[in-house]
Design a protein around this ligand. Structure first.
Ligand code: MRU
Length: 357
C-alpha cells in the first residue's frame, strides 16, 4: 500500500498523509481525493506544486497542510542555489503563494511564518546548508505535531467515558495531521488505554471526509466505526446513543470560538440540547490569539461543483446556484473543553486559550 521512502516516515500510522523524501528532494502526499477506493501517493518537486495540491485537497486537514507547506517550502533551498538575495526573493514568492493556498486553517500561515524565519537564517549560508536548515525546520514542525497529538490524547483520557459512543465530524485523524490525529488521536488514546470506545462518523457533506477518510483510517486501526449521514446525528442524540463528541479545528479564536468543517456547529447545538459534552482537540498552532472572536476568522468559500456533484453524478441541475462555505464557527459557550498539548481549557466556563500560553 505504501511508498518506499529512504527513511522511516514520521507518521506513526500505517500510512502517512505527508512526508519528505530527502534523497530525491520530493514531497510525497497521499492523494486523499482518491480514498478509500485507491491508496495513491503522489510526488511533488516544487513549492508551487505543493501549494496547488493543498488548494485541490490532495492533502487537507489543518495540521497536515501546515506540514505539507513546510516541506514544500524546504524545496526552495534545492531549486534556488544562487546568491542570498536570489534565494530570499525565491523563498518570499513561494511563501506568499503557499500562504494563500487555503484561508481558514491558521496552521498554514503559522508553518509558513516558521519557515520564513528559518529561510532568513539560512540565506547567507551555502546552498547545501540552506537545504539542511529548511528541511530540519520542516521536520521539526512535523515531529512537534505528532507529539502534540499524542499529548492531547493523554489529556483527554479523563474526559472520555468507558464504552463511549463518540460522534466526530469531518476527519481530524492521522490523515489530517502529521500522524495519530487530533480528534481521532483522542479516540486512539482512549482505545489504547483499554476504554471500549466506538465511533459514529458523520459523513460530512459535501466533501465526505467522514465517510471516506475517518471511517477508513479507524478501520485500519481496528477501532469500531459506523458512518451516518449528517442528518442522522439528531436521531442518535435523541435516542441517547451518543455519549461524547470530539472534533478538530482549523482556527480557535482568543475568546474560545472554534472554526471547523461546515456542520460542526450543528453537532455542537445538538450536543448542548442533549447534555452531551462537545469537545475539541487541536494543537497550539491552531490557536490564533490575533482573532478576537470567530467573527474575525476567514471562512473559505469553495466551488459550487463540490455541492452540485458527487464524482461525475450531477445532483443539482446546471444553472442553479449552490453555496459552499467550507467551515463554520462554534461559539465558545457550546464548547465543553479544548484539548491542546499545553493543557485543557473550558470555553463554556469562560476559560480562554491565552490562560495556557
Ligand atoms: O477541508 P478540510 O478537509 O481541510 O477540513 C478539515 C477539518 O475541518 C478538520 O476537522 C480540521 O482541519 C482539523 S484536522 C486535525
Amino acid at each position: 500500500m505504501g511508498v518506499a521512502l529512504s527513511r522511516d516516515p514520521l507518521s506513526e500510522a500505517r500510512f502517512f498523509a505527508v512526508e519528505l523524501e530527502p534523497t530525491a528532494g520530493e514531497v510525497v502526499l497521499l492523494d486523499q481525493r482518491r480514498l478509500p477506493s485507491e491508496v495513491i501517493y503522489r510526488r511533488f518537486h516544487s513549492p508551487y506544486e505543493v501549494a496547488t495540491a493543498i488548494t485541490d485537497m490532495v492533502v487537507r486537514g489543518a495540521p497536515a497542510i501546515g506540514i505539507a507547506a513546510a516541506y514544500g517550502l524546504s524545496l526552495v533551498g534545492r531549486i534556488e542555489r544562487g546568491s542570498p538575495d536570489a534565494f530570499r526573493a525565491a523563498f518570499s514568492a513561494a511563501a506568499e503563494r503557499m500562504r494563500r493556498a487555503r484561508p481558514t486553517a491558521v496552521n498554514l500561515g503559522w508553518a509558513v511564518a516558521r519557515m520564513r524565519t528559518a529561510a532568513d537564517r539560512a540565506a547567507p549560508m551555502d546552498a547545501e546548508q540552506r537545504v539542511m536548515v529548511l528541511e530540519t525546520e520542516a521536520e521539526s514542525i512535523h515531529r512537534q505535531d505528532v507529539r502534540a497529538c499524542r499529548a492531547m490524547g493523554q489529556l483527554a483520557l479523563d474526559y472520555v467515558p468507558d464504552e463511549a459512543v463518540i460522534l466526530t465530524h469531518c476527519n481530524a485523524g492521522a490523515l489530517a495531521t502529521g500522524g495519530y490525529g487530533t480528534a481521532l488521536g483522542v479516540v486512539r488514546a482512549a482505545h489504547e488505554a483499554g476504554k471500549r470506545v466506538r465511533v459514529l462518523a458523520d459523513e460530512t457533506r459535501p466533501y465526505l471526509q467522514g465517510a471516506r477518510l475517518t471511517a477508513w483510517e479507524l478501520q485500519q486501526d481496528g477501532i469500531g466505526v459506523e458512518v451516518i449521514t449528517d442528518s442522522m446525528a439528531a436521531f442518535y442524540f435523541q435516542r441517547g446513543e451518543i455519549s461524547f463528541c470530539v472534533v478538530g479545528s482549523d482556527r480557535i479564536a482568543a475568546n474560545g470560538d472554534v472554526a471547523n468543517k461546515i456542520g460542526t456547529y450543528n453537532v455542537a447545538v445538538l450536543a448542548r440540547e442533549h447534555g452531551v459534552p462537545f469537545t475539541v482537540a487541536a494543537p497550539w498552532s491552531t490557536v490564533d490569539l490575533a482573532c478576537a472572536s470567530g467573527d474575525d476568522i476567514p471562512i473559505e468559500q469553495r466551488s459550487r461543483d463540490e455541492v452540485a456533484r458527487v464524482g461525475d453524478t450531477v445532483l443539482v441541475a446546471d444553472g442553479i446556484g449552490c453555496r459552499h462555505p467550507a467551515f463554520d464557527v462554534t461559539p465558545a459557550r457550546l464548547v465543553h473543553a479544548v484539548f491542546t498539548e499545553r493543557g485543557v481549557f473550558h470555553p463554556e466556563q469562560g476559560e480562554r486559550p491565552d490562560e495556557l500560553s
